[in-house]
Design a protein around this ligand. Sequence first.
Ligand SMILES: [Mg+2]
Length: 380
Amino acid sequence: MKITKIETLLLSRLHELERQWITARYRTIKADCPVVVIHTDERLTGIGEACAYGVPRRIAEWVDWLAPEIVGKDPRNPAAPHPNGRSAAYDCAVAGIDCALWDLKGQIEGKRASELLTDRPLDRVRLYASSGCRYDWHDRPEQLIDEALDYIAQGFTAFKFRIGTEWSWDGVTVDRFLGLVRELAQAVDGRMELMLDGNQRLSEDQALTIAHELDRLGFAWFEEPIPQTDVDGYARLNAAVGLPITGGEQYTTLEQFRPYLEKRAYSIVQPDAGWCGISEAMRIAEVADRYGVALCPHSWHNGLMAMANAHLVAALPNPHVLELCMIQGPLQWGVLAEPPAIEEGHLLLPARPGLGVTLTDDVRERFPYVEGHYAVIVER
Ligand SMILES: [Mg+2]
């Protein structure tokens, strides 16, 4: 069998005004989905979603540039490129190709991708509802609590939220923020695990105060509290609290994670198969496991990437949870002909080979690409 062609489908959907969401100063106005499709001479095709943060048009250019290295090769052993940790567009292109190859290899072998990665993968993975991106400090921050209760009603067992709109707009302090966090924890009352994502927006002092309180409240983790390159700051925070300090969603190579592992800067690492590929994520997981560090992948965006990350989690040495974006809108599952079942807050891996999903027939017509950035910067 030979690879005959590689192409990238660029898909989008504009959010309705009421579905636009805002964190920090960014208002997100559309959902994007770049899909790498690998064709073969035996009519099998592999599909993989590249993380849209690499910028869809640029990802497509890199896929075209990389195609001559892969076209004509056997999909089981194509000598595929590795992420380089320097260019998000390049790494996302590599990741889309890698995920599509795992989809293809599974179809060739008649096995799920997770069964090719490990001997005894999970059949279902626990999800955490990931959002908390709608509450506005100016308007009604308690919307965050309504949202959490809604996820409990939907059967989710874990929820991750962000720190909200730009704090300086409304004079938000650590104290005010922690007041909302305590109200949330009280309303949830142990029915869901809670995680906080700082999106690298806090100072180390702010992060330390918040980390102590989250630890006291029994949070599952505190993600990216401070700028990601401050490895010593992460190490100090991680040493100061029992609560796991997590991060690394933008890192794509084991080499980038190495100093964080050596310095015990993260208790959980969070690479994304759509950003670094399933192959590199497994490599990172195996080394992290030797340090007693778990991998809980970043997985934002759409259902095809959720499937790649689901197979990754199902195959991990020490699996925990998979992130599920709750605010992507109809594009998220609309790209897939038969989305996987989600029951009691778990994603059930389909009993089909590869990643176990195919694209909707009319996906290009339903979700034509919308040019431009997915977010606008808001001033108040
Ligand atoms: Mg994050």
